[in-house]
Write a protein that binds this ligand. Structure first.
Ligand code: ADP
Length: 514
């Protein structure tokens, strides 16, 4: 009997045994670095001569592993494998597929610290963030397994005199999963295994910066007994294989999480029907945010500062849900700013192997981009704290606050994906709400207020997929806070929601008359 869903608890690293267990995992994982990672197509491990290297962003010359690179020929093989495997996988009962996923979650749980430790090295995650990432993967898998059981028999439709009707769901075929580096285990596992538990097969292309942690999932899937060809692992250069996978006439769906330009490009490409293609592709895209926290005149200013700082600087601001705009009422502006600056000064930045609160950003490209935005911020506003950047050893950028910005300034408009937050002042709630909506994005937002009417107004008019009252705007939990955004944040098919699996299912009606 499967237990009701409950989310995986965070590890308490203030407990000595937990801290020691994690330190052991960090040592254990490090011992193996420098290994080669194969492609996995139809269960077969293929080591290519041409490889790329995954580096530690905190020690940028430390090579962690060397990853085989899929070519378009490999994609073709993986597509064939996926199509072939689909014939049998689709006929597994929903119950059997779901139970296999619950086994996968159990195996992850047993290796939890090793997986999280790998993310400390490969993604520069602080311990608690890495632990949260692994836990969220478990949550996604457990949640979608139950969701599939709920959908197994379809939904009721009416019969008529002399007619029996059924309405139920069928898997679609082979799809492509393109994953990001910022939740390299959770989003990767969730967007891969949701279509799989629904009965589809997948080509998984992990982000270039975090392929090793994706490979851990592949090992676990094998150990759990997932049939060959159901998930095919095709890391590689997106310039070489990205378009090919998206354009392929057998691709039924594409799940993408990443940057806006790439997401938009995939959406456009997938719309084109190629010769021989007999279906329209579905695209599930999550493309980031420009998330704001509104602080009202009567807000608890300690809570507001805490919410802004934790949402802005958790995992160095490299979350789609990170707060990068603080919109604060003029009556409490100075106080909230001062308290936020004080909290920010307490954040310890460094290699997260030492359990620092904040680590590096992911790579040189992001480092340079964020530095550029800091220079922009200096032109438009006042640098209150941070602003420093040092890439001599790893890609470290200080948590940075700018004040005195207009909501239309560049760093208040463009996604930075780094530890930078801008403050702007508002005269009243309506004006602040207007400023909050004045971006192309609509992913998360928060309101810190004690005025119930203002909260009601925000619920109606704050144009974001995930809105929170009197807390930060990050840390959505699977099952409680389905996650996805409006506007240019993506296609809003919320992950961790009761509807998510429907993206990977066709709806069928069987009507019989007697
Ligand atoms: P970021 O800039 O944050 O790394 P990207 O959007 O470039 O975000 O990357 C997100 C994912 O999309 C990665 O797995 C990456 O390899 C993949 N990707 C990048 N370009 C393409 C493309 N043209 N087609 C398909 N996938 C792509």
């Amino acid at each position: 009997m499967v237990q009701p869903y409950k989310n995986e608890p965070a590890t308490d690293f203030t407990v000595k045994e937990n801290k020691e267990a994690f330190e052991d995992a960090l040592k254990r994982v490090k011992e193996g670095f420098g290994y080669d990672v194969p492609l996995i197509i139809n269960g077969e491990e293929i080591m290519t001569d041409d490889k790329y290297t995954s580096y530690n962003p905190a020690l940028k010359d430390e090579a962690l592993g060397h990853i085989s690179k899929a070519t378009t020929d490999h994609i073709e093989q993986a597509m064939s494998a996926g199509k072939e495997a689909f014939k049998a996988w689709r006929d597994w009962t929903a119950e059997d597929r779901a139970n296999l996923m619950i086994r996968v979650a159990a195996l992850i749980r047993r290796k939890k610290h090793d997986i999280s430790a790998l993310m400390v090295y490969e993604a520069g995650k602080p311990w608690n963030e890495a632990d949260g990432d692994t836990n969220e993967a478990i949550d996604f898998i457990e949640y979608y397994a139950r969701s599939m059981k709920d959908l197994a028999d379809g939904k009721p439709v009416d019969d008529r005199e002399g007619e029996h009707n059924r309405y139920f769901y069928q898997p679609m075929g082979v799809g492509v999963t393109i994953t990001p580096w910022n939740f390299p285990f959770a989003i990767m596992a969730g967007t891969t295994l949701a279509p799989v538990v629904a009965g589809n097969t997948v080509l998984l292309k992990p982000a270039e910066d975090t392929p090793l942690v994706a490979y851990e999932l592949m090992k676990i899937l094998k150990e759990a007994g997932l049939p060959d060809g159901v998930v095919n692992f095709v890391p590689g250069d997106p310039k070489e294989i990205g378009d090919y996978m998206v354009d392929h006439i057998d691709t039924q769906f594409i799940t993408f999480t990443g940057s806006r330009p790439v997401g938009v490009g995939i959406y456009e490409r997938a719309a084109k029907v190629h010769e021989g293609q007999t279906h329209l592709k579905r695209v599930i895209a999550e493309m980031g945010g420009k998330d704001g926290i509104i602080v009202d005149a009567d807000a608890d200013t300690d809570l507001a500062a805490e919410a802004i700082v934790s949402s802005a600087f958790g995992f160095s601001g490299q979350k789609c849900s990170a707060c990068s705009r603080a919109i604060v009422h003029k009556d409490v502006y100075d106080e909230v700013l001062k308290k936020s600056v004080e909290l920010t000064k307490e954040i310890k930045l460094g290699n997260t192997i030492d359990n620092t609160e904040m680590g590096p950003v992911i790579n040189q490209k992001q480092f340079d981009k964020i530095k550029g935005y800091i220079e922009e911020g200096k032109k438009d506003g006042t640098l209150e704290v941070g602003g420093g950047a040092d890439d001599s050893k790893g890609y470290f950028i200080e948590p940075t606050i700018f004040s005195g910005l207009k909501s239309t300034d560049t760093i208040m408009q463009e996604e930075i994906f780094g530890p930078v937050v801008g403050f702007t002042k508002g005269d009243n709630f309506d004006e602040m709400l207007e400023m909050a909506n004045d971006t192309d994005y609509g992913l998360t937002g928060a309101v810190i207020t004690n005025t119930r009417e203002h909260w009601h107004k925000a619920v109606k008019y704050f144009d974001v997929g995930n809105l929170y009252l009197n807390r930060g705007c990050t840390a959505a939990v699977v099952g409680y806070h389905p996650f996805g955004g409006f506007k240019m944040s993506g296609t809003d098919q919320k992950t961790g929601s009761p509807d998510y699996l429907l993206n990977f299912l066709n709806q069928k009606v069987a009507s019989e008359q007697f």
